[in-house]
Design a protein around this ligand. Structure first.
Ligand code: UDP
Length: 242
């Protein structure tokens, strides 16, 4: 049990864009190293951490299909993009001295284990960061949906959604300086107010199964640990408020 932490087993969702830093494309090793350092600290304290990584820094299925590709085929390319990010993250974890495993929803034995739920839980119990790659393995899904699904499967106490913004606002804080941040909000209110935090499938999975979520700014060093300790670093999403 990790002393001083509110959450002991969590799933961290990293968008592909988070890995590209200020570059417009690809993977910035400096970002990966900084992330790995933050994650090393909490894992060494005993937190069990699983990661779902996106692929938007490399390829998005929707963008492919908008330019004329078959949607499912484009989504498979997107899923393979998440595998590249997962391997880059694993490399960063290794350099930070954190043991990790990449588990892919699409079989690719030479580079990753195939996802098996029980084995993933075993890795977590042994203190290995478990990186889930290739999304759900099915097209027409996102890695937000993957994150919600895997968080439920591994009995995570919380889904941590790392973004570039420090929480959920009633309107876009980039374009509206009067936007107000929520400390806490319910999934119902997210849907009712059409707040685009995750896609509706991911929101539905979390809402219907009571999976809490913390939305926080990944770019602030120390935020992962603070969020895990229950400090107010973003917005907490719960099944119902009040
Ligand atoms: N994808 C998919 N099925 C999944 C997860 C992802 O088909 O279960 C594809 C989809 O094309 C998506 C791409 O992989 O656009 C990259 O994932 P996502 O857009 O969620 O990445 P992020 O926005 O988090 O970087």
């Amino acid at each position: 049990m990790a002393e001083g932490y509110k959450y002991h087993r969590v799933l961290l969702k990293l968008s592909g864009e988070a890995l590209m830093g200020d570059a417009g494309y690809g993977i910035d090793p400096k970002v990966v190293d900084s992330l790995a350092g933050q994650i090393a600290e909490v894992v060494n304290d005993g937190v069990q951490l699983a990661v779902v990584v996106g692929g938007g820094n490399i390829f998005r299925g929707l963008a492919g299909s908008a330019s004329g590709m078959d949607r499912a085929q484009a989504d498979y390319i997107g899923m393979l993009a998440t595998c590249m990010n997962a391997l880059a993250l694993q490399d960063g974890f290794q350099r930070a001295g954190v043991e990790s495993r990449v588990m892919s929803a699409i079989e690719m034995k030479q580079v990753a284990e195939t996802y098996i739920r029980g084995r993933a839980i075993r890795h977590l119990e042994k203190g290995r960061v478990t990186i889930f790659a290739a999304g759900t393995g099915s097209p027409y899904c996102t890695t937000d949906t993957t994150a919600a699904l895997r968080a439920l499967e591994i009995n995570a106490e919380c889904l941590m959604k790392a973004t570039k913004v420090d929480g959920i606002y009633d309107s876009d804080p980039v374009t509206n300086s009067d936007a107000v941040r929520f400390d806490t909000i319910s999934y119902k209110d997210i849907l009712a107010n059409d707040l685009h935090v995750m896609d509706s499938t991911a929101t539905g999975y979390c809402m219907d199964n009571g999976m809490p979520m913390i939305v926080f700014d990944l770019m602030v060093p120390g935020n992962i640990k603070a969020a895990l300790q229950g400090k107010n670093v973003g917005t907490t999403v719960v099944s119902s408020v009040g």
